[in-house]
Design a binder for this molecule. Structure first.
Ligand code: SF4
Ligand code: SF4
Length: 195
């Protein structure tokens, strides 16, 4: 009984002279190759050339500033809690007197990191944010990387630049082993980075 009609009977007949010298098969193969020389190329010279993407494309994240140039993020942790890949970590700090021109809210993210190796660009962080502080840019993809340390994006690479001439101008501070940071699993601020 045959389960489908895709089964083929294998023939064990002797090869013909043309099959034994392989030349007709080689010529047929070359013909297929040459045919593709004259077709429209499907490859592009990425990253110099990029394909057009949908306006809804979810690309590289950016931490936004408000109209006065102050950081919008209040380190509430909702983006980290909603992230299915647990890619976001942050350290919250209280805004000090005299820093009102830097941070819009009384609490801000002194450290904000996204692990791009984990991120699946779902956009849940953007949807969860009550302060419109994080967006996934539709015109900028996360670039390729060559080392694991390059995939942790801190504020130095995420924060929007004030003067718009540079891509980012955030501080370089990163999570350290002694930082207490937002733990998306424990839903709190109580786990320390493992050494
Ligand atoms: S886009 Fe999705 S996976 Fe990436 S950081 Fe945001 S919530 Fe996490
Ligand atoms: S980016 Fe938005 S959701 Fe995430 S900590 Fe900042 S304010 Fe909260």
């Amino acid at each position: 009984m045959r389960l489908s009609d895709r089964a083929k009977d294998v023939s064990d007949k002797n090869m013909s002279f043309a099959e034994r010298i392989y030349l007709p098969a080689i010529a047929t193969g070359l013909g297929v190759t040459i045919k593709h020389f004259f077709k429209k190329k499907v490859t592009i010279q990425y990253p110099e050339v990029q394909r057009p993407v949908s306006p809804n494309f979810r690309g590289l994240h950016v931490l936004k500033r408000d109209d006065e140039g102050r950081e919008r993020c209040t380190a509430c942790g909702l983006c980290a809690l909603s992230c299915p890949a647990e890619a976001i970590s942050m350290v919250a700090e209280e805004r000090k007197k005299g820093e009102e021109h830097l941070y819009r809210e009384e609490k801000y993210a002194a450290v904000y990191e996204i692990n791009m190796l984990r991120c699946i660009f779902c956009g849940f962080c953007e949807e969860a944010c009550p302060k419109q502080a994080i967006y996934l840019q539709s015109d900028k993809m996360a670039p390729a990387f060559y080392g694991r340390e390059e995939v942790i994006y801190g504020k130095d690479r995420l924060l929007e630049s004030k003067d718009k001439t540079r891509p980012t101008d955030g501080p370089k501070r990163r999570l350290t082993a002694t930082d207490t940071y937002i733990d998306p699993i424990a839903v709190g601020y109580n786990r320390q980075l493992k050494k």
